[in-house]
Design a protein around this ligand. Structure first.
Ligand code: AHR
Length: 641
């Protein structure tokens, strides 16, 4: 291939081009990014008296445990408590323990902050709180006194003297068996936090947060996805139930089948987006829930006559986010929770995947939300979620397009925006990922081709598509890989960009592609000849120029099975060396047997495929040859003179 990169910029690249879509799925929030270590910490969204209500809790030395709502809970929002009955005859300490989110990471040098509520009609003795291994090693322990007949909050810190070898650790609470024999003690709203990202109270798990931040995402779409919608109107994601003290957040059964604590609530998300330096894209609930995913006719839709309260709810949500702290009720509420300055919010997405219910969306839902929001917040910009074929009033300016598909779909559609009419409408690729190698069952099962982890082949196909997004970033203003996170012990969707357990994590091949594209950003696209097309497959590319640093980037995906050489000619002069970062699999390309490039980083082999940086000499200031390895993604950086 002879590739000419000209000095001519075709258009500016929007700063929002690369980022993530976020919702609590696969324990991405509770048990993932959210730092809380105790699962089922406040018995939210469970049915008292059932075994399920005790999920992640277990007795220690014969205590009888149940979840009850018969005694007042610690707050109106948290009516359920843990009832601990001590038998009449006990030897030694007795109590209960929480097994965390399939384990608890215990690390020496960390200070853990624990808290819980307790009360007892009769017992007033000491309570001992420990971080222990399941085999009985105590890493940290503290005794507390002061339990009374009414709820009292206990807060303490635990500093392990050693790190645990495994995640098989528990948060253990005991009382003396003799002193408590025959008595009942109630507990509620537990919490255990390790140090968090940037030391934020109620903050994020450090390794996961740092990994995401290291990709410098510039958009963050939240809070769902399906998890915005609820399986009924009543169980939708309700912004006002995710703010304020944790004791005032009831939680809900999320759309992905497990209770959400909502500890990771609206303010935590907004602060996190600020920490990332990203632009929030806020999805608002628009009158639809998902009763049964496989039967669209069962999805409840709010009739037009009943919609206004839900529109008002969104107006209140937006006022809470951007309202003036002195003159608006929403702004005052936000200020009362510690944030005076309004958040920056420009993009509002009306619903999620409304192509599944286009009739009501086009007939009244889109219009009702857009009209009311723009009347009150004239600067807001809207994203529609139906397919582009659905005519909407007012006409949409931006559309959110989702695509989970095979490597071949992504490579075949890499040029889908090159001829797209420049008519003022812009696209947000609001969810996308290579999910399967099976073109006819892209969301099927793993034996049927679904990927358990992203693969190098899939990542190269995503990168091919991303070159198309970047090249056409006058039309594609933003993108969001999805879903982001997966707890390996309990998940609903594969593949995901980062997979983890209680202490380990793995950055996938797709993660590295996101990072390579995101941290190497131009401000303008440069034209190339030939333009990438079906004739130049399997090489896909985009060139850009950064006005601030005078660096030219060439991003190339080679989705083919062989190394490919390009003779690259520059319409400008560069200094005597270039640098490259490449994601490829040298070991496998030497191995024809396993060299199908369906290789993945996994929790057990997390660094099989990682980007490799190199530099190369340029004997001429305006041309060079480069070999793009088989099935690889490469970003070349050239400093112009
Ligand atoms: O990302 C997983 C799900 O896929 C999202 O919740 C939904 O919007 C889409 O169907």
């Amino acid at each position: 291939l002879i590739l000419n990169i000209s000095a001519t910029a075709t258009h500016a690249i929007p700063s929002t081009l690369f980022g993530y879509m976020w919702e609590d799925i696969n324990h991405s929030g509770d048990g993932g990014l959210y730092g809380e270590l105790l699962q089922n910490r406040a018995f939210q969204a469970v049915i008292p008296g059932t075994q399920n209500a005790l999920n992640a809790w277990r007795p220690f030395n014969g205590a009888r445990l149940s979840v009850t709502s018969k005694t007042p809970g610690v707050s109106d929002a948290l009516p359920n408590s843990l009832e601990v009955q001590i038998p009449k005859v006990v030897a030694g300490s007795i109590g209960f323990e929480n097994t965390g989110f399939w384990g608890i990471k215990v690390q020496s040098g960390w200070t853990y902050t624990a808290s819980f509520y307790a009360k007892s009609p009769t017992f007033a003795g000491a309570i001992t709180v420990s971080l222990k291994s399941t085999r009985g090693t105590i890493f940290a322990s503290k005794a507390l006194t002061g339990i009374t007949k009414s709820w009292k909050k206990f807060t303490l810190t635990l500093q392990p003297t050693a790190s645990a070898d495994t995640d098989d650790n528990v948060f253990n609470i005991v009382v003396d068996g003799k002193a408590s024999a025959g008595q009942t003690i109630f507990f509620g709203m537990f919490s255990l936090f390790p140090p968090t990202f940037r030391g934020r109270e109620n903050g994020m798990r450090i390794d996961l947060a740092e990994a995401l931040a290291a990709t410098q995402p510039s958009v963050w779409r939240f809070p769902g996805g399906n998890n915005l919608e609820g399986s009924s109107f009543a169980t939708r994601w309700k912004w006002n139930e995710t703010i304020g003290p944790l004791e005032t957040r009831p939680g809900r059964v999320g759309d992905w089948g497990y209770p959400n604590t909502d500890g990771l609530g609206l303010l935590e998300y907004l602060n996190w987006v600020e920490d990332l330096g990203a632009e929030p894209i806020l999805g608002v609930w628009d009158g639809i829930s998902i009763a049964n995913y496989s039967d669209l006719s069962t999805w409840p839709v709010v009739p037009e006559a009943d919609l206004q309260p839900y529109v008002d709810d969104v107006l209140n949500e937006l006022e809470f986010i951007v309202g003036d702290a002195k003159t608006t009720e929403g702004g005052k509420l936000r200020a009362s929770l510690g944030r005076t300055e309004p958040y920056s919010l420009k993009f509002i997405e009306i619903g999620n995947e409304d192509q599944f219910q286009p009739t009501s969306y086009a007939a009244y839902r889109w219009n009702a939300f857009v009209s009311a929001i723009s009347a009150k917040f004239p600067d807001m910009q809207f994203l529609a979620t139906s397919m582009p074929t659905t005519a909407l009033t007012p006409a949409y300016q931006r559309i959110d397009f989702h695509q989970y598909n095979s490597p071949s779909w992504f490579t075949n559609n890499s040029f889908m925006f090159d001829d797209y009419p420049r008519n003022g409408t812009q696209w947000f690729i609001g969810e996308y990922a290579v999910t399967s190698t099976n073109d006819s069952d892209v969301l099927g099962s793993i034996p049927d081709g679904r990927l358990p982890y992203p693969t190098l082949q899939g990542a190269a196909a995503e990168a091919a598509f991303m070159t198309g997004m970047e090249r056409n970033s006058d039309v594609v203003f933003a993108s969001a890989y999805a879903p982001s996170f997966q707890h390996i012990r309990n998940y609903q969707w594969t593949p995901d960009i980062i997979t983890y357990d209680a202490s380990r994590m793995v950055k996938s091949t797709s993660y590295y592609v996101q990072q390579m594209f995101s941290i190497n950003r131009g401000t303008h696209v440069l034209s190339t000849t030939p333009a990438p097309s079906n004739d130049t497959v399997p090489l896909f590319w985009v060139a850009s120029y950064n006005n601030d640093t005078d660096v030219v980037f060439l991003k190339v995906s080679n989705t083919g099975p062989s190394d490919l050489v390009a003779n690259i000619f520059l319409g400008f002069s560069v200094i005597g060396f270039g640098s490259a970062t490449s994601l490829s699999s040298p070991a496998l390309s030497l191995n024809p047997v396993s060299g199908d490039f369906s290789v993945s980083n996994t929790l057990d082999a997390p660094e099989l495929i990682i980007p490799v940086a190199s530099s190369f000499a340029l004997p001429f200031s305006d041309r060079f040859n480069y070999t793009f390895p088989a099935t690889s993604v490469t970003v070349i950086s050239l400093q112009t003179q």
